[in-house]
Write a protein that binds this ligand. Structure first.
Ligand SMILES: [Zn+2]
Length: 460
């Protein structure tokens, strides 16, 4: 069955590629109102393709904004159900003169397809649709049950996703999910992302005197709010890079020696870090490697700080107020609300009595991680290895993906992240996707469905 599906995908490469070109030629830019009809057209186009290739119950479902496109195939009664998520909207294309190809021409040149959305995300989720098509056309069935959910607002903050998931919990119920977005670490090296950090965002406002004061008349009698805030912020880290907030690390899941070995296999060198950051020397917890610090350790960052006079020349004042923006990256099992509370309590406890402080908790997103012995990890590793002929690398991303956290929180389904592309100038001029990556994406997806189905059977 698997071989038949793979062979079908191989024979139909040209057809699948021309379909992808048609999809990419729809300029579905969700952030620009003048593309409203294009975004709607992309939803209809992909829904029609899902219908044609054999998904059932295909629907374009309205939300507060752009619709969700849904389709399913649920005819494998004793098998697991896989939810595949992607997004059919794309980023804007400016600056247009930096493009060497028409961003919506979907030209093929140099073994790549050039278009906005080629990699992020049409090309990558379309590989899943073509994997489903290959299985259904070649064998009349899929090895497991599949639900496909495509969103039209991923590039404009996914504001309707959470309410949609809550309202359609039953429809979307699944044992596990997969997202193919993002980038592999290096050409030809498949990657499995099994974790992401969460994030907590806060804003601090400190007030001192009732107005900016003359520093000659009052200096030496008033606690300067900029100084008070700077001192509090400077005390948030120990010299070795750990965060001083009491209780901050209580829920951090320790890294096992096995996980450390696996995580560091990706091989991230000091030189690569220096090239990427433009910084001379790393900083942070010395007992953890750079990859561990980025993916598996929590942080506290001052994103911005303001107060007083900073124009040219001088102004002899004691400013009335100061402020700062903070984000804390968190890891399993830290809870964003609890971390926000610990931060607030700690700062209030060290605030000098001369100032008034107000801390606003702006937003929080849960961290996620999939255990390394999960069936998804084994299945993904096998699918990647058999497609690319090399071992995949395993990575925990330092960033946060609210979508994944929402799936986990609301649907209770873990999500495997298996990128099919490279950096590919996503969000920049000259976005593209290597044809090999598109075709290998289809093969990886087919193999993943089969492997996952047998892993789940074994688990029963
Ligand atoms: Zn994007």
């Amino acid at each position: 069955m698997l071989e038949k599906a793979l062979a079908h995908a191989g024979r139909n490469q040209q057809a699948y590629l021309s379909q992808l070109q048609a999809y990419l030629r729809i300029p579905s830019i969700s952030t620009l109102p003048e593309h409203q009809t294009d975004v709607a057209r992309a939803a209809e186009w992909v829904a029609a393709d899902m219908q044609r290739l054999g998904l059932r119950n295909v629907r374009v479902m309205p939300s507060g904004g752009y619709p969700f496109v849904y389709g399913e195939w649920l005819e494998a009664p004793n098998a697991a159900t896989l939810l595949i998520y992607g997004h059919y909207d794309v980023q804007p294309v400016d600056p247009l003169d930096a493009w060497q190809h028409d961003p919506f021409g979907a030209e093929i040149q140099g073994g790549k397809i050039w278009a906005r959305g080629a990699s992020d995300n049409k090309g990558q989720h379309f590989a899943h649709l073509k994997a489903i098509e290959s299985c259904l056309a070649a064998t009349g069935r899929l090895p497991l049950n599949v639900k496909v959910l495509l969103e039209g607002e991923e590039e404009s903050l996914s504001q309707n996703l959470e309410p949609f998931l809550r309202a359609n919990r039953r429809l979307l119920a699944a044992d596990t999910g997969v997202i193919s977005d993002g980038a592999m670490i290096r050409p030809g090296t498949p990657e499995i992302d099994y974790g992401l950090r969460g994030v907590v965002a806060l804003e601090i406002r400190v007030r001192g005197p009732g107005r900016d004061l003359h520093s000659g008349s009052y200096g030496g009698t008033v606690l300067n709010p900029v100084q008070a805030l700077a001192a509090m912020l400077a005390s948030l880290h120990h010299e070795n890079g750990t965060v001083t907030i009491p209780g901050f690390y209580d829920r951090v899941r320790p890294l096992t020696p096995e996980e450390r070995a696996l995580l560091n296999q990706a091989g991230y060198t000091l030189e690569q870090w220096q090239r990427e950051t433009g910084a001379r020397l790393p900083w942070g917890e010395p007992e953890f490697t750079l990859l561990e610090r980025i993916g598996a350790r929590p942080t506290c960052e001052i994103n911005g700080i303001w107060g007083g006079f900073s124009e040219e020349g001088m102004k002899t004042i004691i400013p009335a107020s100061a402020g700062a923006k903070i984000t804390l990256r968190i890891v399993p099992d830290q809870d964003p609300d609890e971390i926000a509370r610990l931060f607030q309590e700690h700062l209030q406890s060290i605030a000098p009595p001369q100032i008034q402080m107000d801390i606003r908790y702006q937003s929080g997103c849960w961290p996620v991680v999939m255990p390394l012995d999960a069936p998804e990890i084994r299945a993904a590793a096998r699918a990647c290895r058999q497609t690319w002929g090399v071992e995949p690398v395993f990575s925990r991303g330092g960033g946060s993906l609210p979508v994944v956290a929402a799936f986990q929180q609301i649907l209770g389904a873990p999500f495997a992240l298996i990128p099919f592309g490279l950096d590919d100038n996503r969000h920049s001029p000259n976005e593209h996707l290597g044809l090999e990556y598109f075709f290998n994406g289809i093969q990886t997806a087919i193999r993943y469905y089969y492997s996952l189905s047998s892993e789940f059977e074994l688990g029963d």
